[in-house]
Design a protein around this ligand. Structure first.
Ligand code: NAD
Length: 290
């Protein structure tokens, strides 16, 4: 397949490289980052999408996606599919899909879970919104870049699934970290705490797969001085998207709002920027209630 790929950062570069390695003709463009091996370098977004049957975008946010989309949609081949894999607000995803469809293109919002490790290993999970036909066209590419693609519904449904998942993740990581800090003050050994909770009703991905306590549970960023992993500022971005969506549809999400406020303080006023999102644990242990 002939593929255009725009946004070759931490996630986009390994995803594009995996498509090229699988034998597809991939032409890439990024404002700053170089093309990975096997991907043909385009001088502009327009050149990258020229002749592409599928165009994939992997960009920082909804405003940039809208900008890039308005540049490339008029230049894409009739019947081609624009597949955005960035994490953006539901409204931007729907606006871009509408514009693409009006121009005779297919459109998917297909944000991912799995991080840079999953992008490199080709084991991402895609949560996808858009038409059946567009999903069917891109599915073979999802199978190369990931281990699972769930067709969640119409335009925006992929982004809706992503922000709901990450709202759960942010809130459970925060409470897992505060529980460890409380356990410390109660004199409970961290390894025993893990042993109990990971097999009791408090278990979660944050505890079992990504334990925020160094030296406890499987290897995680906590064992690497809280280097990301999944950076606290990316968690803040996703929590802000979930609150934006909640406000737009009048949904009551107090735990999500609290998690966002906590990560905002951590990133904007404390030392959270550039640290893994599980570094809330040393933050909690370093302070008391005040
Ligand atoms: P990144 O900042 O490393 O990459 C984004 C790239 O887009 C950059 O290389 C930048 O130069 C490029 N770019 C910006 N504006 C552009 C434009 N107008 N034209 C062409 N290129 C442009 O970010 P990332 O970590 O690769 O994340 C990409 C998306 O994936 C984000 O929406 C993020 O929320 C989401 N995501 C990231 C992770 C993660 O762990 N990094 C996990 C899941 C989802």
């Amino acid at each position: 397949m002939k593929i255009g790929f725009i946004g070759l950062g931490n996630m986009g570069a390994p995803m594009a490289a995996n498509l090229a390695r699988a034998g597809h003709t991939v032409t890439g463009f990024d404002l700053n980052a170089p093309c990975p091996e096997g991907v043909r370098q385009a001088a502009s977004a327009a050149e990258a999408v020229s002749g592409g049957e599928v165009v994939i975008t992997m960009l920082p946010n909804g405003a940039i996606l809208r900008e890039v989309a308005s540049e490339i949609i008029p230049l894409m081949e009739a019947g081609a599919v624009l597949c955005d894999c960035s994490t953006v607000d539901v409204e931007s995803a729907r606006a871009v899909a509408e514009r693409a469809q009006a121009a005779g293109l297919g459109a998917l919002d297909a944000p991912v879970s799995g991080g840079v490790g999953g992008a490199s290993a080709g084991t991402l999970t895609f949560m996808v919104g858009g038409s059946d036909a567009a999903f069917t066209t891109v599915q073979p590419l999802f199978d190369i870049m990931g281990q699972k693609a769930v067709h969640c519904g119409g335009p925006g449904a992929g982004q809706a699934a992503k922000i709901c998942n990450n709202m759960i993740l942010g809130a459970t990581m925060a409470v897992t970290c505060e529980a460890f800090a409380l356990a410390d003050k109660l004199g409970l050994d961290r390894a025993r705490m893990f042993d109990v909770v990971s097999t009791s009703s408090g278990y979660s991905w944050s505890m079992n797969a990504y334990c925020p306590a160094p030296g406890v549970g499987p290897h995680s960023p906590a064992d690497n001085d809280y280097k990301p992993g999944f950076a606290a500022e990316l968690m803040l971005k996703d929590l802000a998207l979930s609150q934006q969506a909640a406000a737009a549809v009048d949904a009551d999400t107090p735990m999500g709002a609290q998690a966002m406020a906590l990560y905002a303080t951590f990133v904007e006023e404390e030392d959270g920027r550039g640290r893994d999102f599980s570094a809330l644990l040393p933050r909690f242990t370093a302070r008391g209630r005040g």
